[in-house]
Design a protein around this ligand. Structure first.
Ligand code: PA5
Length: 462
């Protein structure tokens, strides 16, 4: 199991102004946490609660269909192209970056064991889209278009461009190059998919975008690229079992949720930094940023009070960002809690040769890069503690599907528990919808005319 160390949050280490008397707080909140965990588990099967993500690890049917389809299309395509944005892209991106060879798309087909290259198009920058078309043969590409609402402007505009190109190239057969992941009934993409005869996968009811990584949204692209999704699912299940424990002393998601909540509300730590010491985990930090920001950044609580709460999540990469952000974290405003992710055993080992005797670098010779990156994580953690900055450390034995399934699921549960502590709706995103609606209006979608007139006036004055 992944390990969680919160010693450096303790007031004994970072001082009363910045830290917590952990044992005391765990005991104070034990009953509340127990009720939250029991309540989440009791509500998770009820429609309208948006907690179906807690059941995704047990969805044998989806797992079977995803694997079946992936094996059916294996060998037919050179590339997988995922179209999606936000929760419809970040989970698959984070896990594929973590679990595939870091230069997967540059490997030969043989080196990839016949599995396709994989690309994520999660923005609408015209230059990068056109550049991708320069290097991708669309006729040999399986396009997985993912959108829960079925109408997100970014994803659907990408889809329209690609559908048009594919159809011009392949005629009626173009449909076999498209697989749609969307709601089972509603949305324009569902209508188009049925009308055009695409293969489809369902995003289950009551699973929001940022909690959808373990549905077909994340699992299908991963399986298509040959990643062992059974291992991921085993990780989710084992973590789910561990997190059903209502004793906060045994529940790492509850501990980290409470630590973040108390540091934010009592000690002014309004920023949560996610800092993995592994390039492969870089996009896990991106995924966390969306999860924490969209879930907890809310203006009203469940009782209708205006609260404007939510920590600002920031992504950092160790050791790279030690040379960019750590100066600020050590000496700037003491307003952050920093989450380190540390990997015990990397897949490979790299020894530093002993070729120069200079005192400045001679000490590196004969050591491994593996030891260096973990020494940097440890020394940064200690330096932050010296500066009285609270940190927690999550340690993965290794970067594999099993541990990544555990990690992402743990962070989802942590977010859900934090939402309950803040007493807000963790699963809506009215602020995102607002911007989406404004975009529809500006781009001339029918039904948004009035809003478009007002917006155009505002754009001229703002
Ligand atoms: O988490 C969320 O709900 C959002 O980030 C969505 O995933 C994002 O806006 C994309 O929405 P959709 O899947 O409807 O295209």
């Amino acid at each position: 199991m992944i390990q969680f160390n919160c010693n450096n949050v303790s007031a004994m280490i970072v001082g009363e102004d910045n830290g917590l008397n952990l044992e005391e707080e765990f005991n104070n909140y034990q009953d509340k946490i127990k009720n939250i965990i029991a309540d989440l588990n009791q509500r998770k099967d009820k429609p309208g609660q948006w907690l179906q993500w807690m059941n995704l690890g047990y969805n044998e049917e989806t797992l079977w269909y995803v694997k079946e389809y992936a094996s059916m299309v294996l060998g037919r395509f050179e590339n997988i192209l995922v179209l999606g944005i936000g929760g419809s892209a970040l989970g698959g991106l984070a896990l594929s970056e973590a679990l595939l060879h870091p230069y997967w798309n540059l490997l030969s087909e043989e080196e990839r064991n016949g599995y396709p290259r994989i690309f994520f198009m999660d923005n609408i920058d015209p230059d990068s889209m056109n550049a991708l078309f320069d290097v991708l043969d669309l006729s040999k590409t399986l396009v997985n278009v993912i959108t829960k609402s079925g109408s997100t402007a970014e994803t659907m505009s990408q889809f329209l461009i690609i559908k048009d190109r594919l159809e011009k190239e392949l005629g009626d057969n173009y449909r076999y190059n498209i697989v749609a992941t969307t709601d089972k009934k509603t949305g324009v993409l569902r209508q188009i998919a049925e009308q055009e005869g695409y293969k489809t996968f369902v995003i289950p009811d009551d699973v929001g975008g940022r909690f959808s990584v373990f549905s077909a949204v994340g699992l299908l692209p991963l399986a298509l690229a040959g990643i062992d999704i059974d291992a991921i699912v085993n990780g989710i299940k084992d973590m789910d079992l561990a997190l059903k424990n209502t004793d906060i002393h045994e529940n790492i998601a509850a501990q980290n949720a409470l630590i973040h909540y108390l540091l934010d509300t009592k000690k002014g730590k309004s920023i949560s930094v996610m800092m993995p010491y592994s390039s492969k985990l870089k996009y896990v930090a991106d995924w966390y940023v969306q999860l924490w920001a969209e879930s907890l950044g809310k203006n009203t609580d469940k009782d209708g009070n205006n609260v404007n709460i939510g920590q600002t999540p920031i992504k950092a990469l160790g050791a790279t960002d030690q040379h960019s952000q750590i100066q600020l974290y050590n000496e700037g405003p003491n307003n952050k809690i920093i989450n380190f992710i540390r990997v015990k055993d990397f897949d490979t080992t790299l020894e530093i040769p002993n070729i120069f005797e200079y005192t400045g670098i001679g000490y590196l010779g004969g050591k491994t890069i593996n030891r260096l990156i973990n020494a940097e994580a440890d020394s940064t953690r200690v330096a932050l503690a010296d500066y009285k900055r609270p940190t927690v450390t999550i340690t993965l034995d290794k970067i594999d599907g099993y541990h990544l399934g555990q990690l992402l699921y743990m962070l989802e549960v942590q977010t859900a528990i934090a939402g309950e502590l803040y007493n807000i709706n963790t699963f809506n995103q009215p602020g995102v919808e607002q911007a989406k609606n404004y975009t529809y209006a500006l781009m001339g979608r029918a039904g948004y005319e009035e809003s478009a007139n007002e917006l155009n006036k505002k754009i001229q004055t703002v």
